[in-house]
Design a protein around this ligand. Structure first.
Ligand code: AMP
Length: 280
């Protein structure tokens, strides 16, 4: 497994693989890897990738000044060992100075899907994400890019960027990987105390209950989102949002119809903000 640090070396690696006739996939991450990240490598292979590069880069411009950029968990050696074991072909782990040698004055901005849900409390977040992912695409030159449904809004925003800016990249969205008790795997789960972690199970539990209600015929989404909010608050969480939206264009969806619908949420347990979602 190659460990690559510069954009130039990354581009060369990718072009060399393509000359060999290989299909290249990229899996962008911020590291501190868990099985959710590793499942994206399986999804890349299943989508036809012969060469998979995982990027590890904690992107400063997607964190607001009051957020956890400095304290975001990092463990490159452990990540590299996991990726080697998993059979990734390369890791692209550039320094901040390689990605941002000068202050950024040119950004990629999505103006619709990136406005609601998480953007209400993280208004500059998605501009940082679209910009860094465009840069990572230009560094890794992939045929396929894989993202997780865990970050559902991010995946939709990036699909829109690829569509609108004509990136010649096939986008794959892989399902959420959960702990045995239902908690969605996340690098930020590390911040939870054992007690908070137990209380945070209210997220997946209430989403599952909502799904059963929909399967039993409930169509009124306001009822479901109110139910979920109440469950989170009863568990001592602080709700950021619980919303029912169209699963693709993220438009509010008050009544369950024929089209796939998603309930997405964010909530704080202690100082940790967690997200989760379910699609019906
Ligand atoms: P992150 O390192 O948190 O930026 O995540 C990198 C990628 O892994 C994103 O596409 C995430 O959606 C995806 N991911 C994170 N956690 C999970 C999970 N539990 N299941 C599936 N994908 C995930």
């Amino acid at each position: 497994m190659q460990i690559i640090r510069t954009i130039k070396d990354m581009q060369k690696w990718s072009m060399d693989r393509k000359k060999e006739g290989k299909t290249v996939a990229v899996v962008p991450t911020m590291g501190f890897l868990h099985e959710g990240h590793l499942s994206l490598i399986d999804a890349a292979r299943a989508a036809g990738a012969d060469a998979v590069v995982v990027t590890i880069f904690v992107n400063p411009i997607q964190f607001a000044p009051n957020e956890d950029f400095d304290s975001y968990p990092r463990d490159f050696e452990h990540d590299a060992a996991l990726l080697r074991e998993k059979g990734a072909d390369a890791v692209f782990a550039p320094a901040v100075t390689e990605m941002y040698p000068a202050p950024v004055t040119c950004m990629v901005v999505e103006n619709k899907l990136s406005k609601g849900l998480c953007a209400k409390t993280r208004p500059t977040h998605f501009n940082g994400v679209t910009t860094v992912v465009a840069k990572l695409f230009n560094a890794t030159l992939p045929d396929i890019a894989v993202f997780g449904q865990k970050d559902a809004q991010q995946a939709r925003v990036l699909k829109r960027m690829v569509r609108d800016l004509n990136f010649p990249i096939r986008m794959v969205i892989a399902p959420i990987v959960r702990e045995a008790d239902g908690l969605a795997k996340s690098s930020r789960n590390k911040y939870l105390s054992p007690e908070e972690r137990g209380r945070a199970l209210a997220l997946s539990r209430s989403l599952r209950a909502a799904k059963s209600m929909v399967e039993a015929g409930e169509k009124d989404m306001a009822k479901l989102t109110a139910f979920i909010s109440k469950e989170i608050e009863a568990a001592g969480g602080k709700v950021d949002y619980v919303e029912a939206v169209d699963a693709e264009d993220l438009e509010p969806c008050p009544v369950k119809g024929e089209k796939p619908l998603m309930i997405a949420l964010a909530a704080w347990f202690g100082t940790t903000r967690l997200i989760d979602n379910i699609v019906f």
